[in-house]
Design a protein around this ligand. Structure first.
Ligand code: SAM
Ligand code: SF4
Length: 332
């Protein structure tokens, strides 16, 4: 079957799947404390999610990332990993990965590896237990540390994702580089993005990664690399630790020209761009028939509408979120 090529000639080869909008944490930049989640009846079943993934794989998508919300809180989610892992064996899929807050990794690390997962992203914004609890509201650093240990022992490669937050973790940047270097993890810093209403003003916490880089360069030697994942991160190598450092700067740089990804929500909505509202409903065509003809047509139609880029702006004049939905819906 033909591959998915958008109107700007970009081949779509990467699907991110948010398997739940729910989470056991309430990170301050991501969610408000009192979130209203989708009614469970709106969710696709794990079998339906797998069917959509399989359709994308047939159309040339070779990388899947499972995300959320917190994917590891969805009941029975390992059956999805198990079934998707089969596509690794049959050659359609090159990589199956996961983004998680790490809180339940200790329970699932071995099984993830067994299903064919080799690399995971774990979000962690502070190495201080008190601050970790402040930013996640409901999280405990201990749980994540145990999860990371388990993931390491299971043989999973780990990248830590840290949202750079002014007045919160800007005094831990060097510690994070040192700690990840020691543990053998890669590290990516992310700028806050204006997605969804939260309880505070994001501009108060916005820390441009140019400032992060400037700070790090006082102590570390950052070597440019041409390593790219097709995503928004630029990767450097930290000479002293030998590990990779990624900087995701959706607000200060434009990364859209090389975008190879689309995002599926747990209700079967396909977002062609993280920073735009336009979306396609795949649930209806999926449920209309047992065959995948209508689903394939809907996917083609959606890819034909993939926009050229996003237009995020965080500024004081426009403190409203650029996009109403939370990151936990589209899964970052
Ligand atoms: N719960 C999982 C986790 O935290 O890794 C997966 C979903 S979470 C939405 C994915 C990533 O998005 C996390 O690294 C999180 O820090 C990041 N994130 C959430 N809201 C964000 C925002 N408004 N701006 C930038 N990054 C955000
Ligand atoms: Fe949950 Fe991840 Fe959002 Fe934190 S960033 S509230 S862990 S979905």
């Amino acid at each position: 079957m033909s591959s998915l090529i958008d109107p700007f000639g970009r081949t779509v080869s990467y699907l991110r799947v948010s398997v739940t909008d729910r989470c056991n944490y309430r990170c301050v930049y991501c969610m408000s404390e009192n979130m209203t989640f989708l009614p469970k009846s709106d969710l696709l079943t794990l079998e339906e999610l797998e069917r959509i993934c399989a359709a994308f794989i047939r159309r040339g998508v070779d990388k899947l990332r499972i995300t959320g919300g917190e994917p590891l809180v969805r009941r029975n989610v390992m059956s999805l990993f198990r079934n998707l892992g089969r596509h690794l064996n049959s050659g359609g899929l090159r990589e199956l990965t996961l983004t998680t807050n790490g809180s339940r990794l200790a329970d699932f690390a071995d099984e993830l590896h067994d299903c064919g997962v080799r690399r995971i992203n774990v979000s962690l914004d502070s190495l201080d237990p008190g601050k970790f609890n402040d930013v996640t509201r409901w999280g405990r650093l201990d749980d994540v540390m145990r999860g990371l240990e388990a993931a390491k022992s299971a043989g999973l490669e780990i990248k830590i994702n840290t949202v750079a937050l002014k007045g919160y973790n800007d005094d831990e940047l060097d510690d994070l580089v040192e700690w990840t270097g020691r543990e053998g993890f890669d590290l990516t810093f992310i700028e806050t993005m204006p997605l969804g209403e939260i309880d505070e003003d994001r501009t108060d916490r916005y820390l441009p990664l140019s400032a992060v880089r400037e700070h790090l360069e006082r102590r570390w030697t950052l070597e440019e690399t041409d390593y790219r994942t097709g995503g928004p991160a630029r990767y450097m190598k930290i000479r002293e630790t030998g590990k990779r450092l990624g900087l995701i700067t959706p607000l200060t740089h434009n990364f859209c020209e090389s975008c190879n990804r689309v995002r599926l929500t747990c209700t079967g909505t396909l977002y062609m761009c993280l920073g735009q509202e336009d979306a396609a409903d795949l649930r209806t065509p999926l449920r209309m028939s047992e065959g995948d003809g209508r689903l394939m047509d809907a996917i083609d139609e959606a890819i034909g509408r993939k926009p050229k880029g996003h237009d995020f702006v965080i500024d004081r004049a426009g403190a409203d979120p650029a996009v109403d939905r939370h990151m936990s819906v589209t899964g970052g």
